[in-house]
Write a protein that binds this ligand. Sequence first.
Ligand SMILES: CC(C)(COP(=O)(O)OP(=O)(O)OC[C@H]1O[C@@H](n2cnc3c(N)ncnc32)[C@H](O)[C@@H]1OP(=O)(O)O)[C@@H](O)C(=O)NCCC(=O)NCCS
Length: 139
Amino acid sequence: MIRIAEEGDIPAIVQIEDRSFEAPWKASVFISYLDYPGFVVYHSDDTVQGYAMVLVVNENATLASLATHPDRRRQGVGTVLLRWCEMFLRENGYTSVELQVREKSIGTRSFYQRMGFRESGRIPRYYPTDNAVVMEKEF
Ligand SMILES: CC(C)(COP(=O)(O)OP(=O)(O)OC[C@H]1O[C@@H](n2cnc3c(N)ncnc32)[C@H](O)[C@@H]1OP(=O)(O)O)[C@@H](O)C(=O)NCCC(=O)NCCS
């Protein structure tokens, strides 16, 4: 169900991205991460239902992107993707992960809290129309 993203997944990923974020990433960004093992899709019924990207720089791990297709939300897809990212990081020697989320995205913040993240800071005006809440989780 979860596999590394492939070139043929890009249109579906971009469609989900466009429907999920105010300032969506362009296809070229996703294309540049093809073959990177931390960029995966949740695939079911021949369709991409969601995707995730986890990035590592030295000792820091960041959940750079995670989204579920709007028609498939609240069905566990995000949970499976996030658990996969945590497994990927543990296997690569990481013991924590950080992310930024829009302060006004109450539902998304609830999702991460439910998944064991805690809020560790705020970045004013990080997004065009919102602050960022920094959230982190130790494994
Ligand atoms: C955040 C997101 C990835 C969650 O994906 P999902 O597949 O719907 O998540 P799950 O079904 O695994 O949710 C697990 C639990 O998290 C909580 N949760 C998820 N979405 C929630 C919401 N909108 N409001 C409140 N709680 C929520 C619930 O406790 C849920 O369990 P329940 O449905 O049994 O109550 C999805 O809403 C999304 O793509 N949002 C837009 C993009 C985004 O904000 N991505 C995160 C960037 S930092």
